[in-house]
Design a protein around this ligand. Structure first.
Ligand code: HSE
Length: 298
């Protein structure tokens, strides 16, 4: 028995939802092939596209699958092949795609003993290995699709939020690597009450706007005065890009996860293409290689 899966990239967190808000992209992702083996052990048999560890206990997919299998208390083995299209350290959930894709496929092959919600905590073990922190904001939307909100980490409670149908995402990935571990180490551990008030006001408004399809409110609430001011220093031309996408009519803009990718949320394909072209023109005379993606949220 074997299964081929598309393991999607994710933008998480988005601005005001540090570690709690993410969304799933439908046009960027890895491909994975998962097969049962007779060896009673999990093996990463092939990774193409990136130089990543093949030892199961050092690979996020291996760790996540082993967490699932030990909960089931069975010694079934699996071979995992990964065509890695999402670059590690890109800020669009590379480790999450591998962890989530692997547990999703193994669960399917095993006859779905776990719900997708339950799979989140196994996939989080992969995130723990990758970044030193078991955050769920990438793995949850990778498994559930659309937007996810982590209401609570302990106990884990994740909500799926609606996706207004005209919403599009443009992602710029400057090809420099920022490790999540490093960009987590520079953020402040304590914040002022004033900042907290602004942040939870924006997050609440963003969630409301998804339900009411209030695109302007989506834009106004995509702000982050806690993490972004610190992390944006690591991202080349961050402020210029923010001004550029606003000028071209994007709803909102911010760092995708821990960077260096940045995202713009747009209303409709036409505006997304306009924003993408503007970024393309701006970045093409800079000395930094980059990738650009345009995607729906699904
Ligand atoms: N929420 C995490 C962070 C996502 O921003 O550090 C990292 O992919």
């Amino acid at each position: 028995e074997q299964l081929k899966v598309f393991a999607p990239a994710t933008v998480a967190n988005l601005s005001c939802g540090f570690d709690v808000l993410g969304c799933c992209l439908d046009s960027v992702g890895d491909e994975m092939l998962i097969k049962k083996n007779d060896l009673k052990t999990v093996r990463i048999t092939r990774i193409s596209g990136q130089d990543l560890p093949l030892e199961a206990d050092k690979n996020v997919a291996g760790v996540a699958v082993n967490a699932l299998l030990s909960e089931l208390n069975i010694d079934q083995g699996f071979d995992i092949e990964i065509d890695k299209k999402i670059k590690p350290g890109s800020g669009i959930g590379s480790s999450a795609a591998s962890s989530a894709g692997a547990v999703f496929a193994v669960n399917k092959i095993m006859g779905e003993p776990f719900t997708k919600q339950e799979l989140i905590s196994f996939a989080m073990k992969g995130e723990l290995l990758a970044s030193g922190n078991a955050h769920a904001d990438n793995v949850a939307p990778a498994l559930l699709g659309g937007f996810s909100l982590v209401r609570s980490y302990c106990p884990l409670e994740v909500l799926s939020l609606p996706v207004p149908e005209e919403l599009r995402v443009v992602i710029l990935h400057p090809l420099i690597e920022i490790k999540t571990k490093d960009s987590r180490s520079i953020i402040k551990q304590n914040i002022s009450l004033k900042s907290a008030i602004n942040q939870w006001g924006n997050l609440g408004a963003f969630v409301s706007a998804l339900y009411t399809k209030d695109y302007d409110l989506i834009g106004r609430s995509l702000q982050d005065e806690i993490v972004e001011p610190i992390r944006s220093i690591l991202i080349p031309y961050f402020n210029d890009l923010a001004a550029l996408v606003a000028f071209n009519g994007a709803l909102g803009f911010g760092i995708s996860g821990s960077g260096p990718s940045v995202y713009a949320l747009c209303r409709g394909d036409k505006n997304a293409t306009k924003v993408k072209n503007a970024i393309q023109n701006f970045y093409s005379d800079k000395m930094i290689d980059f990738e650009l993606h345009q995607s729906s949220i699904n």
